[in-house]
Structure formats: C-alpha cells, structure tokens
Design a protein around this ligand. Sequence first.
Ligand code: GLU
Length: 478
Amino acid sequence: MSFDRVRVRIAPSPTGDPHVGTAYVALFNYVFAKKNGGDFIIRIEDTDQSRYRGSSEDMILRSLKWLGLSWDEGPDVGGPCGPYRQSERREIHAAHAMQLVDRGLAYRCFCTAARLDGVRKEQREKGQTTGYDRHCRDLPVAEAERRMAASEPFVIRLKMPLSGVTKFDDALRGTVEIENQRLDDQVLLKSDGYPTYHLANVVDDHLMKISHVMRAEEWISSTPKHVLLYEAFGWEKPVFCHLPLLRNTDHSKISKRKNPTSLRYYERAGILPDALLNYLGLMGWSFGDNIEIFNVEEMTSRFELKGIHLGGPIFDQTKLNWLNNQYLQKLSDDRFVSLIRDQMFAPEILKALRPFVVERMDRLDQFVDKNSFFFNGALQYDAVPLVPNGKTAAELATMVSELVERLDEEYEWDMEHLKACFDAHREAIAWKPKDYFMSVRLIVTGRKDSPPLFESLVILGREMVRFRLRDALKFLRQ
Ligand code: GLU
C-alpha cells in the first residue's frame, strides 16, 4: 500500500435520525485512526435529494459529539480536502464522469424511464434477470453529441466488462469476487447532474486520500462496482473492510421496529455516552482477558482489525442496561447530581411544563407523581384501558403501527405538524376523535388526566413518543 498515512472516514447520509449503526462504524474507524496515528474524517453523503432531511446532518454531528467522538476533518471543522459535504462537490463529480466518457470508458445514455420500464417488464416476462440492456452503450459519439445539443436528458453509465470476474480483498473476509456479467452498466451521473452514490463515494474517497474504507457489511455488494471505478480512473484502491451488521435479538438486521436505533433515544433514555461506546466496542470485538468494561483509549491500545469477528453481533438492550448500570455506579457524586439535575430535570423542560402542570397541582410535592410520565422511560400498560369501547386490540395495534410509520416521516416536531399528522391519519381511518386521541393519550402518558396532548407530545420529544408507541404495540400484540 502506498498511502503515506492512515486516513479513514465515515460517510453518513442525512436521511433521518442519527443511527446507532453510524456510531458503531464511527467508533471502529476512530479507534483504528487513533491506533495508527492517522486521521478520522466525516463526509456527509447528501446527494440523494429525494431522501434528504434538512435537520439530519446537525443531529448526526451532535450525537457523535455527545458520544465524545471527535474528527480531524468534516463539514463543521473543514480541512485540506474539503468541502466535506457531497452536494458541494457536484462539479468535481461531473468532471470526473466526463473524463471517463472522453476516454471511452463511460457513455451517455438517453433511455427514458418509460423505455427502461418496458425493458424490465419484458425481461421479467421472459424470466430473465432485470437490468439495463446497454442500448446506448455503442451509440456513435456524433449521435450522442447531437442529442445532447438538442437538450435530450441523459445519464452517464460506466461500461462494465462483459466477461471475467472482479475481485477485491476484504480485510476481514478474504477475497470476494463477482462475475462481471452480473453487473449492470452502473449509472454514475443522474440526469439532474447529481452523482450516484458509487461515483461520488469513489471520487471523494480518492481525493480525500482515504487509505481504509471501513463500513457496514451491507455495502459489500457495491464494492465490486467501486473497484471497477478505481480501475477505470487508474487510482490506487484503499483497503476494504466491511464490519458486521448489528442485529436485533432475533438475529435480523437491526431495525427500529424491534430496537430503538436513534442515538437521540439513548441520550434521552439516560444511557451514558461512555457506556454506549463501551457497548458498541463489544460488538464484534473483544478486549480479551474476559474484560468487558473499557473506555475508548483502552480499546485503542488493544485494537487490531484482525480482532474483529464476523458472527452478527446482537444489540441487546438488557446487556446495554447492565453495562450502563456499571457506569452509573462509578459516577462521582457531582457528576451524578449534574446528570439528574441538568439532563433529567433540565430547566428548559421544567419551564416548558410549567404552564400545563401548575393548574393541576396544589402543592409542590404532587409534581413528581402527576408528571412522572415526562421523566420515565417505558410505561406500564396493563392497568390502563388502552383499547376504546367497540374496537379490538388488533384494530388499535393496526392504528398505532400506522401512526408510528407516519411519525417516522415527521421531521418537524411541533404542534402544527403533529396536529396535521394526527388529524390526517385519524381522518384516513375514520376513527372518532374521542377514541383516537384517548388511546394516544393513554399510550403516551399512561393517564386519562394528562396535560393537553399535543403540548405533552412536543415536550416529550420524538424519541420518547415513538418509543412508547412501539412499546404499546408490543404490548397489544403479545
Ligand atoms: N452514504 C453511505 C451510508 O449512508 C456510506 C457508505 C460508505 O461508507 O461507503 O452509510
């Protein structure tokens, strides 16, 4: 390898909540960089405009800072290889795609969506694998130029080799290979001028001098395409290392339906950042000597890539809680007091609550009992009649699961957006307001006489509201 320095990166896409899997991959990259005296970089991959969520980048950076991870280069701190936001690098990507067209390694494709649909339909009918039929691959240059001059929309595709195999070495998995026949002529640049993930990822990893690409296992199938791109450009390839995916207790890929995945949930739930990092460090890696409790510096001192094992690590809340308890027990008095006072009973929360709770209390000593749902995690549902008269538990479960799906897409967490979201759902399923809102109130607050519902939802925050709805769903379906 001729990279003169270890440089690694994480490349999160700002498409939603900061994900626990992002923290996991960040930790391993961070530790690897520190171990090797290298650099840890954050690049935001925001070129998929249809999935872009404005507030997501801030939330991701904020959550990684909360965990105590720091980066040497990134969109907020800058660095010598910036910009670190892909949407600001579009011209670089387009110019690189054009280089490949000029060298005959990529081509303009003018096929319309309707034509591509037709091709796929025909392939399906004939029982063939679906893919692009390379219709424009050998279009004469003059014709391509004429159609471009006539403003016909086009994409740029890579000419994949039609035979042979593409191989790469994965630091954890050995040689991975795929028959080239199975690779589609990959789109590099879309008709709106935005690059695809593959082009932007490879160009930016190269220009940012990334020596080791350590990312989640789910990207393995993209890597042969990346390897062919490195070869087309004539660039040196980084070391590829695909980390095992975190899994739910039933071994399926970690998903918010079965496990909270948002880092903001863990912060809200009072998991300590050091405990969460320690827990993530146990995912697919072990410190040795039966030691389970270690900090990031200790992990760094013993870390080696070959110590990562591939059996799918299970992200288990019970174990995480146990570990968090170990950390809580070791807190100093001052730190404990400040966490309870500043995080659990944060002045902003108390101030926000005040207008709704004072009228329901005669004495201060009623505050904790009447408002416990603002501060608790999971609620007990066996003592409250969640299911309205005339409905079944199954109907309520369907209602709640649809509502959670809708709320997952709701990135503005304020009265106006929440009201619109709940009203639209209630109207769509034609539930009476009384039944609908009482069920939501009982699920989210555990009591009939809670402060006004929407105000409560706003103060509780998205993570806790979604957590309780999913928890109620489990309860209703058990
Ligand atoms: N943007 C991809 C993601 O969201 C990056 C994958 C990679 O690291 O190459 O995870």
